[in-house]
Design a protein around this ligand. Structure first.
Ligand SMILES: Cc1cc2nc3c(=O)[nH]c(=O)nc-3n(C[C@H](O)[C@H](O)[C@H](O)COP(=O)(O)O)c2cc1C
Length: 399
């Protein structure tokens, strides 16, 4: 962290941050969230609305997972970024965010075996690092909204791995053409890259399997290809070594994380834009309590990584503030709270104005409680109109 960023961090989530070439005015990041609102893999007017609603001047947004190829999907109605038509359809989305002064990265996604033959061309088997399927403990959302078990995957051969690396490269180039400021490689949550990283899934005997450096080879080949294409300062990576989503466990998650970090630290300047880490307190079954073991693990990662760290998973306003002030993270990404509060940075800012209730009249007190309320995640996207926002906060957010 630079000296300026260090001094600024004492103001918590509401402080400036220099994210490589991007000047951020606060540290509340929109976490990537699949919304299932695309038609024929094309973003719609709903995407423009969703992202522009959550954009603020100097705010950082990451899109939902965006497919890099026609066999990369495992959810209904997800957008892609591998055709010209998709690139054109993303342009108004990135423009809407830029018009509000925001910065937006596109999350590049291949689900690998976390799919079903119904999402694959000609009902082919999905592809993976392994030929073993995800256990029937987990279910997949089908196009008709029913649930099913995951399909048996087919093991990728060396030639097909090269092809997928090229698909990541092409998608990154497309993302820049579509007006995004950069891309995030989805290496987390049990999807394709994580299927290579984790030793409980990757059972390969070639150069992509076995010891940790081999299991990380796929990720670093993707990083190298994308970095060469668009420059490392436009690339973020997301990992979740301790998350067991979709059976993605590792026998030694800390060593896996530290190996990845060591390699990221060794990338030639300017290195990567950031590392995005999902805390295990967020699970598919809801939040679980913090464990001391995880705190130690997080602090090892934090100490080891020399670049910008975004932390995600189960943060409230207060725990996010503490994470920044204590130096646990440089930025905090919010998922569910940002869904139910499209104006989340504003709500976090106004929730801090504790002097208002004691000093102003009853009318203002009522307004204070209205704008202070941070809605819990309930799928609702309604929020209070702008006219009740205190001018001072709106000016701060550049709205
Ligand atoms: C509806 C939903 C969709 C999600 N989709 C993605 C996704 O496409 N890519 C991803 O990396 N994480 C995804 N996540 C995980 C979020 O990015 C985030 O890490 C998670 O919600 C924990 O943060 P929170 O406690 O602030 O919600 C999703 C989460 C939710 C709730």
């Amino acid at each position: 962290m630079s000296k300026n960023n260090l001094e600024e961090s004492s103001k918590g989530l509401l402080s400036n941050y220099q994210l490589g070439r991007f000047k951020l005015s606060h540290r509340i990041v929109l976490a990537p969230m699949t919304r299932c609102r695309a038609l024929d893999h094309l973003p719609q007017a709903a995407h423009i609305e969703f992202y522009s609603q959550r954009a603020t001047k100097g705010g950082f947004l990451i899109t939902e997972g965006v497919g890099i190829a026609d066999n990369a999907f495992g959810f209904p109605h997800c957008p892609g970024i591998y055709t010209e038509e998709q690139v054109e359809a993303w342009k108004p989305v990135s423009k809407a965010v830029h018009d509000k002064g925001g910065v937006i990265f596109c999350q590049l996604w291949h689900v690998g075996r976390a799919s079903h033959t119904c999402y694959q061309a000609d009902e082919m088997a999905p592809v993976s690092a392994t030929g073993r399927k995800i256990s029937d403990h987990w279910t997949i959302l089908m196009p008709d909204a029913s649930k099913a078990t995951f399909s048996w995957p087919r093991v990728l051969n060396a030639k097909e791995i090269e092809l997928i690396i090229e698909q990541f490269r092409r998608s990154a180039r497309n993302a820049i053409e579509a007006g995004f400021d950069g891309v995030e490689i989805h290496g987390a949550h049990g999807y394709l890259v994580d299927q290579f990283l984790k030793d409980s899934i990757n059972d390969r005997t070639d150069e992509y399997g076995g010891p940790v450096h081999n299991r990380c080879r796929f990720l670093f080949r993707i990083i190298a290809a994308i970095t060469e294409e668009i420059g490392g300062d436009r690339v973020g990576v997301r990992i979740s070594p301790l998350i067991n989503h979709l059976d993605a466990t590792d026998s030694d998650p800390l060593s896996l994380a530290l190996y990845i970090i060591q390699q990221l630290n060794n990338l030639p300047a300017p290195g990567l834009c950031y590392l995005h880490l999902t805390c295990p307190r967020f699970t598919a079954g809801g939040d679980v309590e913090d464990k001391e073991e995880y705190a130690n693990y997080h602090s090892c990662i934090r100490k080891a990584f020399r670049g910008t760290l975004i932390s995600s998973g189960g943060y409230s306003r207060d725990s996010g503030m503490a994470a920044i002030v204590n130096g646990e993270a440089d930025l905090v990404s919010y998922g569910r709270l940002f869904l139910s509060n499209p104006d989340l940075p504003l709500r976090f800012a106004t929730a801090g104005l504790h002097f208002i209730p004691t000093t102003l009249l009853w009318g203002i007190l009522i307004i204070h409680f209205s704008i202070n309320r941070i809605k819990t995640y309930n799928g609702s996207s309604s929020y209070l109109p702008k006219f009740i926002c205190p001018t001072v906060v709106r000016v701060w957010l550049g709205k």
